[in-house]
Design a binder for this molecule. Structure first.
Ligand code: PSU
Ligand code: MN
Length: 305
């Protein structure tokens, strides 16, 4: 594996000493937010993880290496070059490695690389899922398939309602993935704390989440865990406000025949524009909150295993 992986010395030391590490994805930097907020958020999230006593490891592909723990300069390069950075899901990793390319990793590929490095917890904004209209488009994010394979707990503010959240939960059930409400009974809808959909299970404390992770993996059950952590109440945008904007963005994507991996970035960009900055503020706050929760879970996990 070492020929493919390039892990920052600080992260290697933490993994070897069984100290808490939190993985972070890079597609959210390159394609999820615009510059300079993407860079500021990426740095803020790393600081929060450090303040909570864990080591951050932002993951991307650099010159064909699976890089775990990016430098400030590498993060800034991803943030500045945004749209021109290749979005790499798991299926794209072999080609990017073979050709010595650069790219930003999605939830799916970040999970896989984190698992290869021995990292068990990952903080993001929102995971991909089953798109609306998937019955005809077959558009289901590889994030879900990866959840069945990689032993990583992903802290996410639920998922954006650009997806069919009900079908996303169904698919995760089929794949055997625990979807755990963190301090909530409801599956959160990214900008909104509530979606009207129930989470199949709930925990309220980092120690409970750590015990769940340990139980799953020590029983030999492979795959990930969705830690569904709602946006802090002060920053939420009510579903009644955001849903019509989401529906309009989905219609625009269909009208403009946007397909494949371009669908998610297109919808995110349209929504950011339609909400004139308010969605961005919400997005930044929920990512920070996920990072803080992930670091606390990481600490609890490495204290118990
Ligand atoms: N959802 C968001 N923000 C994001 C993404 C999803 O609210 O930035 C990104 C993540 O990197 C996720 C990817 O893994 O989009 C999913 O893309 P696709 O649907 O093409 O699999
Ligand atoms: Mn897709």
């Amino acid at each position: 594996m070492t020929q493919f992986l390039n892990i920052a010395p600080e992260v290697v030391a933490a993994i070897q000493e069984r100290r808490p590490v939190v993985a972070l994805e890079s597609t959210i930097i390159a394609h999820g937010m615009a510059f300079p907020q993407n860079a500021e958020t990426a740095f803020a999230v790393e600081s929060i993880i450090r303040e909570e006593g864990a080591v951050p490891a932002t993951i991307a592909v650099r010159a064909g290496k699976l890089k775990v723990g990016l430098s400030q300069t590498e993060i800034e390069t991803l943030a500045r070059n945004g749209a021109s950075i290749t979005k790499l899901s798991t299926r794209d990793l072999p080609h990017a490695v073979a050709m010595g390319r650069d790219g930003a990793t999605t939830v799916a590929s970040t999970m896989r690389i984190a698992a290869l490095a021995g990292i068990r917890i990952f903080a993001t904004g929102g995971i991909g899922g089953v798109h609306r209209g998937a019955a005809t488009s077959f558009d289901i994010s590889a994030d879900l398939g990866e959840m069945a394979l990689s032993n990583v707990a992903v802290v996410t503010a639920g998922a954006k309602a650009i997806l069919d959240l009900g079908l996303t939960i169904e698919r995760l059930e089929t794949l055997g993935v625990p979807v755990v409400g963190y301090g909530t009974d409801e599956f959160p809808a990214f900008y909104s704390r509530s979606s009207g959909l129930k989470c199949p299970m709930r925990v309220d404390r980092p120690e409970e989440m750590a015990a769940l992770m340990q139980a799953k993996w020590e029983m030999g059950l492979r795959g990930g865990i969705v830690v569904a952590n709602p946006i802090p109440a002060d920053f939420e945008i009510p579903a009644s406000e955001i849903t019509p904007l989401i529906e309009k963005a989905v219609e625009e994507a269909q009208a403009e025949k946007i397909e494949g991996k371009d669908v998610t970035p297109f919808l995110l960009a349209r929504l950011a524009r339609a909400t004139a900055g308010r969605s961005l503020a919400a997005n930044i706050e929920l990512v920070k909150n996920n990072a803080s929760v992930a670091a606390r879970i990481a600490r609890a996990y490495w204290e118990t295993v």
